[in-house]
Design a protein around this ligand. Structure first.
Ligand code: ARG
Length: 460
């Protein structure tokens, strides 16, 4: 068996259990492609300092390309001495090119190498998350467009509060996810800084042009400080936070829809393609897609907590604890992307029942409008609130709905009530009192949709 890349100062082999314990190849092989690119760029940079001639660097680059295709074809297998993907790539290169392979690690440490690989992973995967998020945003607006005048009970504390349109609800989700998209885009910009050349902590003693190297790898700049570059995992934490925030938004919507698709509501129905049955109860059509999104949210938040906890007590510069950053990162990126794909499918196929929503409207929903009515006739709001409160109590004791109280009963509470009070109990009328910017009125929601479409046309 080939010796470990760091075996020189050791007089005995690593305990087998320790070897297994410290291996990361089974998960960090996700960095394989990025590690090849980093090696190729580094080989070219090493021509500047005379470690390789340009021809030698070309041979190294070509051998790395072969390793890439062989690995993808499944023709390369790791050995137990390969601690991680970086050692495996170096071994495969050295087996092919001998000395030329053995020179690749000049001036470099796995500390700057792994940090650079992960940045490339992030740049790639943030792009995928941005695309998945855009697809969800587009399906939300498509659905909202058809429901600006679909009135449903708006809830606070899960109790009927005021009428809103279903489109207004959907657009509330749009703006949550739009912020998530902006956050991801900002993370991506910050990611475009290259750690490579930082060495183990102090900077490489071979003065390669890090600006040119950054450009070759698609970064916008090299990191300013080598200690920071090898020490920091901010962008991993930040990405996992971004994922947690997305999942949290999806999870709350999932909860709404699980409730609204249940027998007590039936406002919406999930397409069969996104539900599952029960092995025992033949009638069941369960909202597993949404439940899984809600469940996975806990897992992604767990990834974030694991990362922050791992980071909080470690000293500056590389420590092996940092190897534990990858599984939570990969997990949350994959789970979030998967959840977004399912979520946009659920939205695109969601069946909405405007009739059921309308039937569920309890006339008590117009109590605020009734208080506003009194205000418009000169009563201070606090007093109007109390008067309508009494009307509500009266209706409840008589087991009537608010709209069924006789005008005389209302007039006993305030002489300001007139026969036009009956016009208050109109769903669309209530909505359209709220065409204030950002409100649930039909015009206001149309404006929100226009803003959303303008955002989407820019956010390609
Ligand atoms: N597998 C390691 C990681 O993911 C790579 C860096 C190893 N560096 C070291 N000094 N042991 O963090």
């Amino acid at each position: 068996m080939r010796e470990k890349i760091w075996a020189g100062r050791f007089s005995k082999p690593t305990e087998e259990a320790m070897e297994r314990f410290s291996h990361s190849l089974h998960f960090d092989q996700k960095l394989f492609e990025y590690d090849i690119s980093v090696n190729q760029a580094w080989a070219q940079a090493l021509t500047e300092v005379g470690v390789y001639t340009p021809e030698e660097a070309e041979r190294v680059v070509a051998a790395l390309a072969d390793i890439r295709s062989d690995f993808i074809a499944g023709a390369l297998s790791p050995s137990p001495s390969d601690e991680d993907i970086h050692s495996a790539n170096e071994r495969w290169l050295t087996e092919r090119l001998g000395d030329l392979g053995a020179r690749i690690h000049t001036g470099r440490s796995r500390n700057d190498q792994v940090a650079t690989d992960v940045r490339l992973y992030l740049l790639d995967h943030l792009e995928q998350l941005l695309a998945a998020l855009r697809a969800s945003l587009a399906s939300i607006v498509e659905l909202a467009k058809n429901h600006v005048d679909t009135v449903m009970p708006g809830y606070t504390h899960l109790r009927q509060a005021q009428p809103i349109s279903f489109a207004h609800y959907m657009m509330s989700l749009f703006f949550q996810l739009q912020r998530d998209r902006e956050r991801l885009a900002q993370t991506r910009t910050r990611c475009s800084v290259m750690p490579l050349g930082a060495g183990a902590l102090a900077g490489a003693a071979f003065a390669v042009d890090r600006h040119a190297l950054a450009q070759r790898l698609g970064f916008s700049a090299p990191a300013e400080n080598s200690l920071d570059a090898t020490s920091d995992r901010d962008l991993i934490c930040e990405t996992v936070y971004d994922c947690s925030q997305i999942m949290l938004h999806l999870s709350r919507a999932a909860e709404d829809w699980i409730i609204w698709s249940s027998e007590g509501y039936r406002f919406i129905a999930l397409d069969e393609a996104y539900t599952t049955g029960s092995s025992m109860m033949p009638q069941k059509k369960n909202p597993d897609s949404l439940e899984l999104i809600r469940g996975k949210t806990g897992r992604v938040i767990g990834d974030l907590v694991a990362l922050l906890t791992m980071m909080k007590g470690i000293p500056t510069a590389y420590v092996r604890d940092l190897q534990e950053d990858k599984e939570p990162l990969f997990d949350s990126v994959e789970q979030t992307r998967g959840s977004l794909l399912i979520f946009s499918g659920v939205v695109a196929t969601l069946q909405v029942d405007p009739q059921a929503m309308r039937q569920a409207l309890d006339p008590m929903l117009y109590a605020t409008d009734m208080a506003d009515y009194l205000v418009q006739r000169g009563m201070p709001f606090r007093q109007a609130h109390a008067v309508v409160g009494e009307a509500v109590r009266l209706a409840e004791t008589r087991r009537l709905s608010l709209s069924q109280l006789a005008l005389q009963d209302l007039q006993q509470l305030s002489p300001l009530f007139a026969s036009d009070v009956a016009t208050l109990f109109d769903p669309l009328g209530s909505l359209n009192k709220r065409n204030i910017y950002g409100g649930t009125g039909v015009e206001s929601v149309r404006r929100q949709i226009e803003t959303a479409l303008a955002f989407l046309s820019k956010a390609k």
